[in-house]
Design a protein around this ligand. Structure first.
Ligand code: C2O
Ligand code: CU
Ligand code: CU
Length: 518
């Protein structure tokens, strides 16, 4: 009996050791090879990339006014099938809103849907009442007037709904658009800036389709290892499946936006060419950063410049499988056949150089200057633990304020992810990454950010300059930008107050917030 038990446990141990060894081997293999073929390799890239039109505005006395419609629509993505969608007045997605730093804009958002929704200006530094988070619901048939002065620097931002528990579905069905800010500094630089010609907005998403062409959306997909969020097997570039874009043989800028619900992209080119990142979420980098891979998690943006002056053949923009920090875990996932984003590569967009080379273009050596970072020491003002669709072990509660900040102050927040990587996003601010596990962030992450990918078992410290707007009733949100996690409650609320609100405290204001909404 004892001998049998010993034999059994020996066998178990051997199996376990075997599994660990195989996982490790696969992990290491992935780490070094990093180039498994794309999943959609057989798909033709024969559809012209859709470029969202720029939204026209009316002049007002003190600024410009835009109209945005939230509508039911339909669009054909694959095989001539019709997909029911939602959009901002198009058949899928929305027009590009373009504004200047210092300008006052007003956006009238009309909700033509049968349910209430909201429109959030992701990345904007604005008063909480204009943020478009869950606190600014627009009932069906109503119009919401958002109005603010653009304080942000030139960069690529975006807008999308933020309804409680429905954000994932609404974005999935097509509600997303670009918001591009220009300023004097960026105008003065010689960067590719011809919208749709040398300056290409590129919203990348993955989608899952049913056989009849409709979107196959699951609000809470689960696999063996947890809840990865909604992943799909079809890649959309500005809504185009199998997209190509014709480009002049010169420097070309891409304004990349990961508009996926849950998928990270490890962007690269099929020929492994170098490119330069010039901007992060909320502004230009001090200088262009040369790279061959760019990790973009849901909600993040990056502007890159690619040199096509020596190209005669087309080149594919791809996403490579991701090698996560935890080699063993990555290997294990591969072993159990997980179809999470780590293990998948995709072709995204075919770049087709067309005309003669333009005069040799060169990137400016210097793009902007960033304020000096303070020493990263001391106790964080807020500690955020991300795990299991919860923040600090709690799900979002409309009637609970999780943190109170002072307008115009600087805070250090420390964020850690326990169970998987989570892209952490803060409303109303542009922050700086102070450190990742105590080390300086990579060069391409030293610009203004509003969303940061926090890897599993990692501690990220960020410096958050609080907005100059105080409001003791309406909070801003912070959350995971995997939309299924956000919808499941991986979100918190913070108030920004000033001296007039000396008495604002967590328990005190929780009541105020609740009272204003029930
Ligand atoms: Cu783009 Cu609250 O998010
Ligand atoms: Cu946001
Ligand atoms: Cu998450």
């Amino acid at each position: 009996m004892i001998a049998r038990m010993m034999k059994w446990s020996l066998l178990t141990m051997l199996c376990l050791a075997g599994a660990i060894a195989v996982s490790l081997a696969i992990g290491i293999l992935l780490a070094f090879q990093q180039g498994a073929g794309p999943e959609n390799v057989d798909q033709p890239f024969e559809s012209r990339l859709f470029i969202p039109p720029v939204l026209q505005a009316e002049k007002m006395d003190d600024g410009r006014r835009f109209h945005l419609d939230v509508t039911e629509a339909s669009h054909s993505f694959i095989n001539g099938l019709v997909t029911p969608t939602k959009s901002f007045g198009l058949s899928y997605l929305g027009p590009t809103i373009r504004a200047r730093k210092g300008e006052r804009i007003r956006i009238d958002v009309r909700n033509h849907l049968r349910q209430s929704t909201t429109v959030h200006w992701h990345g904007m530094i604005l008063p909480a009442a204009m943020d478009g988070g869950p606190h600014q619901a627009i009932p069906p048939g109503n119009t919401w007037h958002a109005e603010w002065e653009i304080l942000n620097e030139a960069a690529t931002y975006w807008y999308h709904p933020h309804s409680m528990h429905r954000t994932g579905r609404e974005v999935y069905e097509g509600l997303a658009g670009f918001l591009i800010v220009d300023d004097d500094n960026s105008d003065a630089l010689s960067l590719p800036a011809d919208y749709g010609e040398t300056d290409i907005p590129l919203l990348i998403q993955d989608r899952q389709f049913n056989a009849d062409g409709s979107f196959s959306y699951e609000a809470d997909p689960r696999d063996l290892l947890g809840r990865p969020g909604m992943l799909g097997d079809t890649i959309l570039a500005n809504g185009t499946v199998g997209a190509f874009v014709e480009l002049p043989r010169t420097l070309v800028r891409f304004r990349l936006l990961n508009g996926s619900n849950a998928r990270r992209f490890n962007l690269a080119f099929a020929d492994n060419r170098r490119f330069h990142q010039i901007a992060t979420d909320g502004g230009l980098l001090e200088e262009p950063v040369e790279m061959t891979r760019l990790m973009l998690s849901p909600g993040e943006r990056a502007e890159i410049v690619v040199d096509l002056s020596n190209d005669s053949d087309s080149v594919m923009m791809i996403s490579r499988p991701i090698y996560d920090r935890n080699i063993f875990f990555t290997g294990f996932k591969t072993l159990v056949g997980s179809t999470r984003d780590e293990n998948q590569g995709f072709s995204i967009l075919e770049l087709r150089p067309v005309n003669d080379a333009a005069a040799d273009a060169e990137l400016p050596a210097r793009l902007t200057s960033m304020p000096e970072l303070p020493a990263d020491d001391g106790h964080p003002d807020l500690h955020v633990q991300l795990s299991g669709n919860r923040i600090n072990r709690q799900v979002m509660d409309h009637d609970r304020i999780d943190h109170v900040s002072r307008a115009d102050s600087h805070e250090i927040w420390e964020i850690e992810a326990l169970d998987m990587p989570h892209p952490f996003h803060v409303h109303g601010v542009q922050f700086r990454i102070l450190s990742r596990d105590g080390a300086q962030p990579p060069a391409n992450e030293r610009g203004w950010k509003d969303t940061v990918l926090v890897h599993q078992d990692e501690r990220v410290r960020i410096l958050v300059p609080m907005p100059p707007f105080a409001d003791r009733r309406i909070p801003y949100m912070f959350h995971c930008h995997i939309l299924e996690h956000e919808d499941a409650g991986m979100m918190g609320q913070f108030l920004v107050v000033d001296d007039r609100h000396e008495d604002a405290g967590v328990s005190d204001d929780a009541g105020v917030v609740g009272a204003s909404h029930h």
